[in-house]
Structure formats: C-alpha cells, structure tokens
Design a protein around this ligand. Structure first.
Ligand SMILES: [Zn+2]
Length: 352
C-alpha cells in the first residue's frame, strides 16, 4: 500500500522517500500512514499478506507462518513464534525493516537489543549484505550474545546499562555515523502487524489475544493490523487484547491498571526478552487496551517458569520465559473468560 510517514510526537509528515524511521524535526518515532484504500489480502501465512505492507521491494525469505496449535485446554490455542528462523517473533519485523534499509541504500544498520532483536537483525542484515551494529544491554542473555558473536558478522557493542540506555546510545551512534536506525520503530511494527492477519486468517473466531509486552511493538502492531482488517471488512469485530509483562518490569500494566501515565521501571526479571523499563510504543498499546476492552496482567518469574514446564510437559516445546508469559497470564485469568470464547496466546520466542 502506498504510504507516508507521520511523527507521533510533533505530527510532521514525510513522503515515502524519507529514508529514516525518526522524525527529522523533533527526533520522535513515526507511524506508517496509508494514503490509499486499505488492502484486503486473504490467506494463512506472512507473504499472503504482502499487500498489507508498506509499498516496497521485499525478498521472500522464509518468515512467519500460522503455527497455531491446540493446547490441552479446549479454549486456548498457541501461536508459536519460536518456529521463525531466528527463534522469535522479531523476524516478522526484521524482514520488513531490513528490506527498507536496503531499499534506501544503507550498508549499515544499528539497533539496541536484549538478545532476540540482535539474532534477528544480524541474520536478515547478513542476507541483504548489510552490516549490523548492535548495542546490547548489560542485563541481556549472555548465551544469546555468544551465539550472535560466533555465527554472524555483526558488530556487537556491550552497554553498561539496561535496554533503554542501549536504545539511547544506539540512536546517537546511528545519527553520528549516518547509519539506518533499526529496532522498535515504524517499519518493524508493520511487519509485526501481519501477525494479526495470520491469527484471524487461520482462526477468524478468535475472541482474545494474549501478547507478551517488552517495547509493545508487537502489541501495537497487532492492534493496527486488526483495525485495518476491520476497516477493510475482513473481520467484523476486533478481539480483546491482553497485554502481559513480567511483575518485575511492568510499566504498561501499572499505567493501565492504575489509570496513570507510563513511568520508567528498572527491569527486575529473568525474562530478558521482555525486560524493557519504558516501552517505546506504550501509548499506542494503552489505546489498544482501552479500545478493545483489554486487560493488562503481570506474571512473576516463577509463574513463567511453571508455564514453561507445562508447555514442555504437554507439547514437548521448549520456549523462553518471556515467550510463555502469555500462557502464565492465561492461567491467571482463564476463570474470568467466557468458556465459549477462543483465546490465542502468542508464544513469542524460544531462544534458551
Ligand atoms: Zn516530530
């Protein structure tokens, strides 16, 4: 679909030829705004929905897929994102974002990561012949960093601080060097949005979607995708969105449940994939929670451990703590849900 970019902070607009995801006027994050009719692609898996992506040139590398499996609970289906090439949902965003960096002629991309983003950006950048510069937070998973160092040509820089600090440093570095800043920004969100198409394309009767939240790109992307599907007539009703964060790092959950603005929290959780003290797309996620009658749930590391064991016992699937936060949340709220409703829990990653 043809599009323009709009700054979410100051409202400035840019044509599609603008080769950055950051507003040149205020440094704010942007949104892809479609200028024509919203596409109504039908299908089951990522590339079936290419027409819903920002106009561009995409190489059809393997990504996405339905991967919806029944759980032992008749009302709960699992959407397995750990089956992506680099083991997490990040690939749906990277395949769009790295293609855009390539389209704009960049030879280098920069991102901040707690681990999964690094795997994904490093892999897809390599396919495009682009060098990735990755700033890793000091609380990142050490095994993940070791893997990335040893299997990709990415330049890894360790930051003394949490994810939000790595984010600031990455943004400054990209600006100074004239590199493409990648990560949780507008093009990635468009790729993550396709997960809504995959879920509703495979299971149109879905009533609730439970989404692990770190930077809230997936959550706000799914919300955007569902709104597009509703606008184009592909679905009649938008499912209720349920956000889940770690109890030791729950800025969005606290803000929504206490009816106040989002405040930074020092991450204290072993679920590294969702250890984000201040979510970039938090405001958009709040809107998604309000407009879908949503719920915001926090789960402890021990509850995630139990969910991880349960998934392995029942399905033989090994996922990471942040990835199974959705199952842990379902366990807490299932008695409050209507037993006629179908719930989809997104298992966002499996890099352990
Ligand atoms: Zn701006």
């Amino acid at each position: 679909m043809d599009y323009k970019l709009k700054c979410l902070q100051c409202g400035a607009e840019y044509p599609r030829a603008y080769a950055s995801q950051i507003c040149g006027k205020c440094g704010g994050i942007m949104e892809v705004v479609y200028t024509g009719r919203i596409a109504t692609p039908r299908g089951k898996s990522f590339w079936d929905f290419e027409r819903a992506l920002p106009k561009g040139t995409y190489r059809h590398y393997v990504v996405g897929g339905a991967n919806m499996v029944a759980s032992d609970d008749a009302n709960l289906f699992l959407k397995l994102e750990l089956t992506n090439q680099t083991g997490s949902f990040k690939d749906l965003g990277s395949i769009v974002e790295v293609a855009k960096a390539h389209e704009y002629g960049y030879a280098d991309v920069v991102c901040a990561s707690t681990g999964n983003m690094a795997y994904s950006i490093a892999y897809y950048s390599k396919l495009y012949g682009i060098r990735a510069h990755i700033f890793i937070s000091s609380d990142a998973n050490k095994d993940k960093i070791y893997d990335i160092r040893s299997t990709h040509d990415a330049v890894i820089k360790e930051v003394d601080g949490d994810f939000n600090k790595a984010l600031d440093i990455a943004a400054l570095y990209a600006k100074k060097k004239g590199f493409f800043l990648s990560g949780d920004y507008c093009y990635r969100k468009e790729g993550q949005k396709i997960m809504a198409y995959e879920i509703m394309g495979n299971m149109p009767e879905t009533s609730n979607i439970i989404i692990p939240v770190g930077n809230a790109t997936l959550f706000s992307g799914i919300y955007k995708g569902l709104n597009e599907m509703k606008a184009s007539g592909s679905i009649k009703k938008i499912p209720r969105l349920i956000a889940v964060e770690a109890k030791g790092c729950s800025p969005l959950v606290d803000a929504f449940n206490l009816k106040r603005s989002i405040r930074y929290r020092v991450p204290k959780t072993r679920a590294d994939a969702i250890a984000v003290g201040f979510p970039t797309f938090g405001m958009q996620a709040m809107e998604g929670l309000k407009n879908t009658g949503g719920m915001a749930i926090s789960v402890t590391d021990n509850e995630m451990e139990r969910a991880k064991e349960k998934l392995y016992r029942e399905k033989g699937i090994i996922a990471e703590l942040g990835g199974v936060a959705s199952i842990a949340a379902y366990e807490k709220i299932k008695n409050k849900l209507n037993r006629k409703e179908l719930t989809v829990a997104i298992i966002s990653g499996g890099n352990v």
